[in-house]
Design a protein around this ligand. Structure first.
Ligand code: GLA
Length: 359
């Protein structure tokens, strides 16, 4: 157990926690808005992580302290959507099926994953909570896939975000400096090493995004409409030629993005396997174009960051995550990294380097 976490728990709650858990933030190298369509993604964990320390209570109170959200208390059944303790209530509820008793908890949350940056702070919290509850109640650690599925249900059923499984899977698997080529339908994956001599720079635009604001769920609904119009169970099952069967222009565009993005992810995995950074970079930039024009989830600062980083020598650059603000990720030769970050900061005041990942 992290000594700092134990000390902070003792300072606030007195005594020691019964268990702790960790979840990682992530950057998605390529493959956005494909996971909830049973498609392919390629995320990688960040060095930023969320840790929780948990102790069982004799009542039904959730007694929480979070560095980001402060101190709060709520009865288990009263921690509703919009309150950060809803994550704790949701985590308790979903882990009932693996044997976690439905009692109140003292909960310390310590996180270095920035909120609203599009780097999965909520998935990191969900994964940390599921793991922490298992540890606190001496439940044998479930496989990463089970942890991920449970953490996803916290968000789907208790927060109201119809997100896919990508963030929870990579957060729960937690293999540093590896790109995870993940099939979101059956959760099988291959890990690829990152290209030698190169870095993935994660640059925050300075503008946050709020996923639960509705546009995300709107896109999920548009994808369902697209699948229905093509007569397939999910966009994963559609062929490009079927897109013409969709009458609605916007819905057609959404399908176009998802189908082409799946192809780009699979091509990117091949490019990584053969250390072909030029092809990988081109796929990354093409992903941004598709997200900006067909999927319409970019923003002016994100577009500006992509343009600037490419002009400064990046091999590929794109928004990462849900979009609507947050971060870009760009692939660059390691010796150009400082110049690229400086150019980005000059073009978009308030932008900053959130992480830099190398092999
Ligand atoms: C958010 C969601 C993910 C995924 C991305 C977009 O991060 O939590 O499930 O849909 O957006 O790729």
């Amino acid at each position: 157990m992290d000594d700092g976490l134990r000390t902070r728990f003792a300072a606030h709650f007195g005594g020691v926690p019964d268990g702790t858990g960790t979840g990682f933030g992530r950057v998605n190298i390529i493959g956005d808005h494909t996971d909830y369509n049973d498609g392919f993604v390629m995320p990688c964990i960040l060095s930023h992580r969320t840790e929780v320390a948990i102790r069982a209570r004799p009542d039904r109170l959730l007694n929480g302290l979070s560095g980001a959200f402060g101190q709060a208390e709520a009865q288990m059944d009263a921690a509703t959507k919009g309150h950060w303790l809803a994550y704790a209530a949701g985590a308790l509820a979903v882990t009932a099926e693996i044997g976690v008793p439905q009692v109140g908890i003292d909960l310390l949350v310590d996180s270095t994953v920035p909120e609203g940056a599009g780097v999965s702070s909520s998935a990191a919290l969900g994964v940390a909570l599921v793991r922490g509850l298992c540890a606190a109640f001496s439940i044998p650690a479930p496989p990463a896939q089970t942890v991920a599925r449970l953490a996803q249900r916290i968000e789907n059923d208790f927060i109201g975000l119809q997100c896919g499984i990508m963030d929870h899977m990579v957060s729960a698997t937690g293999k540093a400096r590896s790109a995870m080529h993940l099939d979101c339908r059956d959760l099988s994956y291959n890990l690829h090493s990152l290209p030698a001599g190169h870095v993935f720079l994660v640059i925050h635009s300075g503008s946050g995004r709020k996923l639960s604001e509705g546009i995300y769920n709107e896109r999920v609904a548009e994808c369902r409409a697209a699948a229905e119009a093509m007569g397939v169970a999910s966009l994963r099952d559609a062929e490009a030629a079927q897109i013409a069967d969709i009458d609605d222009k916007l819905v057609r565009q959404r399908a176009q993005h998802v189908l082409s993005e799946n192809d780009r992810v699979n091509a990117a995995a091949q490019a990584l396997a053969s250390a072909d950074v030029v092809t990988l970079g081109a796929l990354i930039t093409a992903s941004h174009q598709s997200l900006a024009t067909d999927y319409e989830v970019s923003s002016a600062p994100l577009d500006m960051l992509v343009k600037t980083t490419l002009s400064a020598g990046a091999l590929g650059s794109r928004l990462t995550g849900a979009g609507f603000g947050g971060c870009i990720v760009c692939l660059a030769a390691a010796d150009l990294a400082d110049d690229i970050v400086a150019a980005a900061q000059e073009a978009v005041p308030g932008s900053w380097l959130l992480d830099s990942i190398a092999c």
